[in-house]
Design a protein around this ligand. Structure first.
Ligand code: MRU
Length: 361
């Protein structure tokens, strides 16, 4: 059985990123082309992976974690000398280029660290090449299995008839497949619960309308698209039972970095008494940084001044385009992981999950 068939991948499964052996390349859905066309791009070296991550052909924290790891594996595979130190030096400069592509999602660093660690563990260049490729294939398989487990834990929190709001895209397209927040929604549907979804458009890059709506329509899950500005209206009119979003980085204190706009949705949910859940794998937890040391990515002003290539703001206006925001733990009802649901107080439940004694240092 192939490494992907064992986690239930079939012809109808959307696979965001995969490793190909003969010939060696990385294949990924070009998310900039969705929803109009489902096109794939082929990357044969880590430079192409850097471009794909930077221009959002691939995006979403777990997906860029695996893509980054595959970038390093391509770098190892393409290395020509038999000298281990030369290979490690190539990998180290590829690591730097890859890690700088997007600074906020910690999964990217997680994926790169994993490959570097495997590379240092083996003696010869051929052993390193063989084992980094094995590792990226396992990461692909594990990502899907992780999401399915997260889905099962999250599904227990959903009642039949629930209307769930989600923001950005935390679906199959943000992971290797199945998704985190949308994985919970998929799992609830698979268990026979009747649910429906409100997806926010997610200005300025429109991950909600272009990607979440695309995925849910593809999987025949009842979805309605709303402007970001309609969140308060829906909540005030009792049209939402639960919110579930993904995460790009979760600190040991339970502070969650996610797509810009998440914080205001959490505030609104809180003031309307609506449960607000975050679904994320353990690879999204960053136990070292604090809220002051995490870099919030600022993206091109073109994302704000243009819609579909047409300018919608006057020349000369100043633009600020932060891509992520921070939701504090007091606004979060629970964090759904592949090992179970973390409840407040998060500092305690997170330290318990990671088996840490003292989390204050
Ligand atoms: O800028 P993006 O599209 O990479 O941002 C993605 C998000 O913020 C997602 O909500 C997050 O990565 C969780 S995905 C499982």
């Amino acid at each position: 059985m192939s490494y992907l068939m064992s986690v239930g991948v079939n012809n109808n499964t959307l696979m965001t990123v995969t490793w190909n052996d003969e010939p060696v390349y990385v294949k990924m859905i070009d998310q900039t082309k969705l929803p109009e066309t489902l096109e794939y791009i082929i990357c044969k070296n880590h430079y192409e992976i850097c471009d794909a991550i930077r221009n959002l052909s691939i995006r979403g924290a777990p997906a860029i974690g695996v893509a980054g790891a595959m970038g390093l594996a391509l770098c190892a595979h393409n290395h020509v000398s038999d000298n281990k130190n030369d290979l490690l030096s190539d990998l180290s400069s590829a690591y730097k280029s890859l890690v700088e592509t997007r600074p906020t999602a910690v999964n990217l660093k997680w994926g790169l660290d994993k490959i570097l660690e495997v590379s240092y563990r083996y003696e010869t260049v051929s052993e390193i090449k063989e084992n980094v490729i094995k590792t990226v294939k396992k990461m692909t398989h594990d990502d899907i299995e992780t999401n399915k487990n997260m889905g099962k834990f999250g599904s227990d929190l959903i009642n039949t008839g629930d209307v769930i709001m989600t923001h950005c895209n935390a679906g199959a397209l943000a992971t290797v497949s199945y998704g985190t927040a949308l994985g919970v929604i998929r799992s609830a549907k698979e268990s026979g619960k009747k649910i429906s979804v409100f997806a926010t458009e997610t200005r300025p890059v429109m991950q909600g309308s272009r990607l979440t709506a695309f995925e849910l329509v593809h999987d025949e899950i009842d979805v309605s698209l709303i402007p970001d500005t309609a969140v308060g209206y829906l909540m005030n009119n009792k049209m939402v039972d639960k919110v579930i979003v993904g995460a790009d980085r979760i600190l040991k204190t339970g502070h969650v970095f996610n797509k810009i706009g998440t914080y205001q949705i959490a505030l609104l949910a809180n003031s309307h008494g609506i449960p607000f859940y975050v679904a994320a794998p353990l690879s999204t937890f960053d136990l070292k940084n604090s809220i002051d040391t995490v870099v919030i990515e600022e993206r091109s002003i073109d994302e704000v001044v243009q819609i579909a290539g047409k300018r919608i703001a006057p020349k000369g206006v100043r633009i600020f385009n932060p891509a992520f925001d921070l939701t504090p733990p007091n606004l979060i009802t629970g964090i759904i992981t592949e090992k179970g649901v973390l409840n407040p107080p998060f500092e305690k439940s997170i330290s318990g999950m990671f088996g840490m004694g003292d989390v204050s240092s």
